[in-house]
Design a protein around this ligand. Structure first.
Ligand SMILES: Nc1nc2c(c(=O)[nH]1)N[C@H]1C(S)=C(S)[C@@H](COP(=O)(O)O)O[C@H]1N2
Ligand SMILES: [Mo]
Length: 368
């Protein structure tokens, strides 16, 4: 089928991007944390961040097909229409989706070691209820064989050009073990048909993994009896630099632990009053177990009140009361720990592309 025609939306994004909800980075849109308070546990679709390598394609739901093929299948494979997908047993899963570059700005702002690429604050993340068919179910129906090793989902958006080269359509392999574990082919987001900017009519959702694994506008899935690679596992989305093997680290998989305040950077708060500081924390590896907040430069830490039950792949909201006595500038800190004991360090080890910034972010506020 044709790749679809570009949409007319700003910077290739179809949905409106009101500045009170989004910060623009070229063709990407970052969610603003300061206006998230009161929106509920799930990020509303219209506020969800967008990360496009090129632009949001327009895809006709009637003619859209998902093709499953490759040497790891016993037969010729299978083709699914959207109606066929919707007729299969469905599951709904709360999962955070986060760009591996989320927080990249803090490599320079906080650690003095800038990294190239989109300068996301902490808004390259969102949490939705994804509904769809387990990828494993589709692979079984397509004739999954015992020799399958890797699975390569491919997008229908335009080919991606970088540094004068055409890298082809966005695609990124994942091991069969993960594919059969908890990966979804999602066609609904928060109870609505998957919006065009988020991969409609169907996308992959790879829970806990770097956002790039969750291929949007899914058109094909190759199942191979040998390891596969793509520029998104070789050139991008791996760690290069100090502490990494000479040729770079392995392809990124799980996300790290992070926390964000539902506050604007530089927010102004009144002295001598009690403020309810709110935020959210998440981890790619396990549910968040605890969140602590410091208002005095990281000397003392107080437990935040967790407002949601633990969620394997979702985030948890939290709140803590703060009564600043004295006017001045403060750096608020929030630090989460997950059920595996992973926590946020004071400093993140540098990597050249600036992925996986997981250090405690110092959130500046002014008390007057
Ligand atoms: N086909 C395709 N899939 C894609 C991308 C893309 O540009 N094309 N971007 C990836 C990246 S880097 C991220 S972080 C997420 C962003 O998903 P969202 O735009 O729905 O928030 O989609 C991933 N899937
Ligand atoms: Mo990303």
């Amino acid at each position: 089928m044709p790749p679809g025609t570009p949409s007319a939306g700003g910077g290739g994004i179809a949905k409106p991007l009101p500045p009170q909800w989004f910060l623009r980075h070229g063709g990407n849109a970052e969610m603003r944390w300061d206006t998230l308070a009161g929106t509920g546990l799930h990020t509303p679709n219209e506020r969800f961040f967008v990360r496009n390598h090129t632009r949001t394609p327009r895809i006709d739901q009637e003619t859209w097909r998902l093709r499953v093929h490759g040497s790891g299948l016993r037969g010729p494979g299978a083709v699914f229409s959207l109606a066929e997908l919707r007729a299969l047993p469905a599951v709904t899963l709360d999962a955070v989706l986060e760009c591996a570059g989320n927080g990249r700005r803090y490599w320079s702002e906080q650690q003095g070691t800038p990294a190239p690429g989109t300068a996301w604050g902490l808004g390259g993340v969102g949490m939705a209820a994804w509904r769809g068919v387990p990828l494993g179910e589709l692979l079984e129906r397509a004739g999954l064989g015992p020799a399958a090793v890797d699975v390569l989902p491919g997008g229908l958006d335009p080919e991606y050009r970088a540094a004068g080269r055409n890298l082809g359509r966005v695609r990124r392999p994942l091991p069969i073990g993960k594919a059969l574990d908890d990966v979804l082919v999602a066609y609904e987001m928060n109870g609505q048909p998957l919006p065009p900017d988020h991969g409609g009519p169907a996308r992959l959702v790879v829970p806990g993994w770097v956002g790039v694994a969750s291929i949007k506008w899914l058109g094909s899935v190759e199942v191979a009896d040998r390891p596969l690679e793509s520029p998104w596992t070789t050139a991008y989305y791996r760690l290069f630099g100090p502490g990494q093997p000479a040729g770079g680290g392995p392809a990124l998989t799980r996300q790290t632990v992070k926390s964000a305040f539902e506050l604007a950077p530089g927010a102004v708060l009144a002295a001598g009053r009690t403020h309810r500081l709110r935020g959210r924390s998440w981890s790619g590896a396990a549910a968040v177990r605890a969140v602590e907040v410091s208002t005095d430069g990281g000397r003392d830490w107080y437990p935040a009140e967790l407002l949601d039950p633990p969620s394997r792949y979702g985030w948890r909201r939290w709140a803590v009361d703060w009564r600043p006595a004295e006017p001045g500038r403060y750096g608020l800190r929030a630090r989460a720990t997950d059920l595996l004991g992973r926590t946020q360090p004071a400093e993140a080890p540098f990597n050249r592309e600036g992925y996986l910034f997981d250090a405690v972010v110092v959130h500046p506020v002014t008390v007057v």
